[in-house]
Design a protein around this ligand. Sequence first.
Ligand code: MG
Length: 248
Amino acid sequence: MPEPAAPAISASPPPPRPLDEIETWVFDLDNTLYPASCRIFDQIHRRMGEFIAAHFSVDMDEAVRIRRELFLAHGTTLRGLMTEHGIAPQAFMEYVHTLDLSAIARDHALGTALAALPGRKVVFTNGSARHAENILGHLGLDTHFSGIFDIEAAGYVPKPDPAGYDTLIRQFAIDPARTAMVEDMAKNLAPAAALGMTTVWVRGDADWAAEGADAPYVHHVVDDLAPFLTRIAGAPRAAAVAATLPVR
Ligand SMILES: [Mg+2]
């Protein structure tokens, strides 16, 4: 007799939940809780290149080539470095996440929206918890989150691999049917919807972020998170039902 899979991924997941019935909000971090226009990823990529150049004693052009190759083959550069080269993740994460955050401004509007939004809020990131703490502190948002689920907690298996979502659900005793996931990389919402979560894509221009954005697993599309969350928090029941309609 086959063992039941837990949690089950249904071939036809349930429809999205009205947003005023959400109990747990799962937020991605980078380019979701702050805009991609801050270009923090440019810094992260540069530092990844520096780490690789030093580790392999190659110039930056070769380091960039290695980084891209590992990224394409393994989903993240770190995963490739660990799998193919046995590199310990901690030193890499610490180096690439030592960043100049001056391009990121404190986000009072998002802080106010998160404070008003009912339910528990958790960060789910392919980065490290320390990186998440740095960014949240810099944004002035750290007090709003009850937990950070990082790449170490996911066993260094990055989103969108379903394994991390399963561990997140167990660790935080999440009911997927009453959970919303908010992300800038549309394809990372696929496993969330398959598990029964309601999904919110924070729209971006980059091809790699928009891949999958037209798929049925994207339930809501938002350009600016603060007003979207404020609308849910302040909505009376009738308005809240209207807010569940896709805004695309
Ligand atoms: Mg992101």
